[in-house]
Design a protein around this ligand. Structure first.
Ligand code: K2U
Ligand code: NI
Length: 183
């Protein structure tokens, strides 16, 4: 199982690389992507996260575990503990997005960044993403709300972008005119 020891930290060159397309969805790739999803599930389990010192995460991109592969996992539960967002995406591409933006009022964090960096991160309010699944099927996701934020955070990782790159140095807490907070 993956633990925090497997997660590369800010400063590692892999986090600033535009990672490579997955040419073949082979058994190793599927196992790696499943282990990323498993990390997210474990990290949200109070006992396992405590036992293995796992920082909770709702998304994880392959470069964060040192893999030069365009793939990501998202796993988030609803208030009843049922899976609300549960995705393993290979070669995801943004097809379209809204002009309007949104942001988490409390800012963002990152499993690859140990310190807290304050400031709001403007994200597109809605995005449409195409991707391949581990079965090789092509899917399309229309995301809004929290899923849109998670997706954009993870897609950024595939392009070597960190969340704090989006924070305005001069006005870190000043939202754009077309941005509404995500409640
Ligand atoms: O990519 C990562 O480092 C995982 C991040 C993704 C993320 C950060 C901010 C906003 C949305 C997604 C971790 O999930 S950060 C921890 C976390 C846990 C629950 C809810 C929000 C953030
Ligand atoms: Ni991150």
């Amino acid at each position: 199982m993956l633990t925090m020891e497997n997660i590369v930290r800010d400063g590692h060159p892999m986090l600033r690389k535009k990672v490579s397309e997955v040419a073949e969805i082979d058994a190793q790739t599927i196992a790696e992507l499943k282990s990323m999803r498993e990390y997210l599930i474990n990290s949200q389990d109070p006992e396992l996260s405590e036992k293995y010192s796992l920082r909770p995460g709702v998304g994880l991109a392959a470069p964060q575990i040192g893999l030069d592969k365009r793939m990501l996992a998202i796993y988030a539960e609803d208030e009843d503990g049922n899976p609300e967002y549960d995705y393993m995406l290979i070669n995801p591409k943004v097809i379209s997005h809204s002009v309007n933006e949104t942001y988490l009022p409390g800012g963002e964090g990152c499993l690859s960044v140990d310190e807290e960096i304050e400031g709001i991160v403007q994200r597109k309010k809605r995005i449409r993403v195409s991707a391949e699944t581990i079965d090789g099927d092509k899917i399309e996701i229309k995301a809004k709300g929290f899923l849109a934020v998670i997706l954009q955070h993870e897609l950024d990782h595939l392009n070597g972008v960190m969340f704090y790159d989006h924070i305005d140095k001069n006005e870190p807490f000043e939202p754009h005119d077309n941005a509404q907070p995500l409640e």
